[in-house]
Design a protein around this ligand. Sequence first.
Ligand code: ADP
Ligand code: ADP
Length: 239
Amino acid sequence: RGRIRFSGAGVTYPNGTVGMKNLDLAIEPGEFVVIVGSSGAGKSTLLRAVNGLNRLTAGSVEIDGRAVPQREGRELRELRKGIGMIFQDFRLVKRLNVLSNVLIGRLAHVPAWRSMFNFWPQADRDIALDALQRVGIPEKAWTRASSLSGGQQQRVGIARALAQQPAIILADEPVASLDPVTTHQIMRDLVRINRELGITTLVNLHFLDLAREYGERIIGLRHGELVYDGSAKKVTDED
Ligand code: ADP
Ligand code: ADP
């Protein structure tokens, strides 16, 4: 589970901007891939193509041999359940506690009363607590999301993705809002979790140094085109 294949894939936005051009790319199950490029290079466009958030105008993208549907509907909703998203701005529900935020990864709709009375299906609750354990903050389960530090909030973001028990994790500039120390902690968490669970992981970063340090495989983008695909050891600024 978690194989991704782009074939001649392109995205031209309705206003004519080219976000992605003729991309051929195969990512194998369990890979940890860093996508690097300056702002506007097409990193988000690539990630959003994987979960069908933007429509391809050329070619195709397949997950485990099945084409990603190019219109909203039941099929796309099902596919997205198997893809965890991690965001630069965390996107937590600030007034809810941490456990409820993690459960959003499984239950999509988390009513306030359930959160208030801690009333959850046992299986979902166990999976959410396990996810919090994995990111190292089980003791924060009952804390309001709004009172956490940035790094802790991003750990909740990672736990929410894990609670989906996804085949794929997409992290769009997950450390761009964090200080340098926290940045390295979160990157190490992402690498460790990838190794432990074998979830195919795509991480967008705009700093090459960070990409080099953590990417096992680095994909370089410029103006929507693939300009580098290889190991972290070999990549240079020239690429
Ligand atoms: P990155 O994530 O590397 O910063 P993006 O994928 O966000 O790059 O953007 C790639 C290009 O597509 C940029 O020129 C950006 O302005 C453009 N773009 C992104 N989203 C849209 C959109 N919804 N409509 C039009 N252009 C867009
Ligand atoms: P990020 O840096 O998180 O990728 P962006 O700044 O690229 O975010 O985009 C933020 C939002 O604005 C996205 O929904 C994107 O689709 C849209 N967007 C980005 N560039 C353009 C553009 N040139 N024209 C229209 N919408 C855009």
